[in-house]
Design a protein around this ligand. Structure first.
Ligand SMILES: Nc1ncnc2c1ncn2[C@@H]1O[C@H](COP(=O)(O)OP(=O)(O)OP(=O)(O)O)[C@@H](O)[C@H]1O
Length: 383
């Protein structure tokens, strides 16, 4: 649904064409529901103009962060800042933000046009001193938003006469016409089928580029997160585990949680022993790494796609093929080491090991991640 967090905006940021994008932040934020603490002392920064995606497993507190920023939930402690200004006590409608939720919540009896312009019409009716948009302005903004979201020609349809994607785009148009300082989106694509989700992701990324406004997007789907974010924030159990450019998070996960959570299929992890010289041995593993401070037991990680069968130096992983899946031209093979640890390998076309066959994949040194076996924290880069 599109929450009308800003029915009667009080800030200039919402009213006129000069409305500007803003950065958002939670500072030392604590939120509890009864005996349950969702987060304590949390600092979250959403840079102005960024497409920040807050990603993490179900129940880690993503929606609560979003709702606290929007003013739909009060914090127990800490502050909400918009462009550095403390808005903790400002009601939702005065924050100049627009929310888009997963269930669209369009008014079923209204046409697309009426749904999209609803908040503006309300604003015009209630605003004193003529500060709200006039009719011509409302029509103009509506036409602009409908064109941007490829909804031209559907103005007079009711939600029941729209496809799921068109409904979601109407909800987005409704958020856009209000010229918010930031868009807050809570899993807005989860009710769409896979193909439509893919298309809408592309449209959202394009929309962000065109509008240049801050987007804060919540999802538990890391593929969605990776494909749209300019900045990724990984949350786990109410704590920010890692934040950065999506490719940095993917290439240098700070711990085994992020390593497994970001990337599809997930990173393989295995326990290994390393000598001071860097010789690696373990269940189905042998080779060499160079990782400062890595002597002893470590957790080794590698992505299924980095496995090669050539002679690049690195670590060999041996197992018996358990499952073979066709993924486009490649084969995704799941194999079991002698000790029964599963690992995945994305094999190139032409490599067709059958179930039960023994395979050895070479993980090049550049594709190895080494983590502290006890804490799961990343150790200095090998090689
Ligand atoms: N209104 C509420 N009353 C009580 N507990 C709540 C309320 N809203 C959320 N919680 C709890 O707070 C925790 C965080 O919830 P939140 O919705 O922020 O998680 P999330 O990361 O967005 O999860 P999901 O991906 O499943 O939507 C959960 O344990 C949830 O059960």
């Amino acid at each position: 649904m599109t929450a009308n967090a800003t029915h009667r905006p009080t800030s200039a940021a919402l009213g006129g064409p000069a409305a500007s994008s803003a950065g958002l932040a939670l500072r030392s934020a604590t939120k509890r529901y009864g005996a349950e603490t969702v987060f304590t002392d949390l600092d979250l920064t959403v840079d102005n103009g960024s497409f920040t995606v807050l990603v993490g497993p179900s129940g880690c507190g993503k929606s609560t962060c979003l709702r606290a920023l929007a003013g739909l939930e009060a914090l127990d402690a800490g502050q909400v800042l918009i462009d550095g200004v403390d808005v903790t006590r400002l009601p939702a409608r005065a924050r100049g933000l627009s929310m888009v939720f997963q269930d669209f919540a369009l008014y079923p009896h209204m046409t697309v046009e009426q749904n999209v312009t609803f908040a503006l019409r309300l604003q015009a009716r209630h605003s004193r001193r003529g500060a709200g948009p006039d009719r011509a302005e409302i029509r103009r903004r509506c036409a602009e938003a409908l064109t941007l979201l490829e909804l031209d020609g559907l103005e007079q349809r009711r939600p029941a006469e729209l496809s799921g994607g068109q409904r979601q785009r109407t909800a987005l148009a409704r958020a856009i016409v209000r010229r918010p300082r930031a868009f807050l989106m809570d899993e807005p694509l989860s009710n769409l089928d896979a193909q439509l989700r893919g298309q809408t992701r592309t449209q959202l990324a394009r929309l962000h580029r065109r509008l240049g406004t801050t987007f804060l997007y919540v999802t538990h789907d890391q593929v969605e997160a990776m494909s749209m974010a300019t900045r990724l924030v990984v949350l786990n159990r109410g704590e920010i585990v890692q934040a950065g450019a999506p490719e940095d998070v993917y290439e240098r996960p700070v711990d085994t949680f992020v390593a497994r959570f970001i990337g599809s299929p997930p990173m393989n992890l295995a326990t290994a022993s390393v000598t001071g010289r860097g010789d690696v041995s373990g269940d189905g593993l042998s080779g060499r790494i160079e990782a400062a401070g890595a002597a002893g037991q470590v957790t080794i990680g590698w992505r299924p796609a980095v496995a090669t069968s050539d002679s690049t130096p690195g670590v060999d992983v041996t197992g018996r093929v358990d499952v073979v899946e066709n993924v486009g031209e490649d084969r995704l093979v799941t194999a079991l080491t002698p000790g029964g640890t599963a690992f995945a390998a994305l094999l190139k076309p032409g490599t067709h090991p059958g179930v039960g066959a023994e395979i050895t994949v070479r993980v090049p040194a550049s594709g190895l991640h080494v983590f502290d076996h006890r804490t799961g924290r990343r150790l200095p880069a090998p090689g």
